[in-house]
Design a protein around this ligand. Structure first.
Ligand SMILES: [Mg+2]
Length: 121
């Protein structure tokens, strides 16, 4: 059983990601959700997650600052960024932070494929 933390400020997207992961991976995963980096970081400090999936553009704390904080707490934690804002500048910053993958919304298929690599390890 893998524990995944999914972070996005848009409820529809959050639900779509969670429904898709539940459908694809059934009993292999448990998913927690948060709607911004502050909330997500508080959860990350409480539990031992196997994978983090995060949006970039969020109120309170954005996905980059959240990822930096996660990596400070656990530099081996895999982070997948799922975002609509995939410009070159952000890619460079994400690489610098140590994010494992960046997937452009709404490519849920690619997200599943990438998550699959972490579920079966
Ligand atoms: Mg957003």
């Amino acid at each position: 059983m893998k524990l995944i933390l999914v972070v996005d400020d848009e409820v529809d997207i959050l639900e779509t990601i969670i429904d898709t992961l539940d459908f694809e991976f059934e009993k292999k995963i448990m998913v927690d959700k948060a709607m911004n980096g502050v909330e997500a970081l508080a959860m990350f400090r409480q539990k031992k997650y196997d994978l983090v999936i995060t949006d970039l553009n969020m109120p309170e704390m954005n996905g980059i600052d959240f990822s930096i904080n996660v990596k400070e707490l656990n530099d081996k934690m895999p982070i997948i960024v799922f975002t609509g804002h995939g410009d070159v500048e952000e890619l460079t910053r994400l690489n610098h932070v140590g994010v494992q993958a960046m997937i452009k919304k709404p490519d849920v298929e690619k997200l599943v494929e990438t998550v699959n690599g972490y579920i079966h390890t």
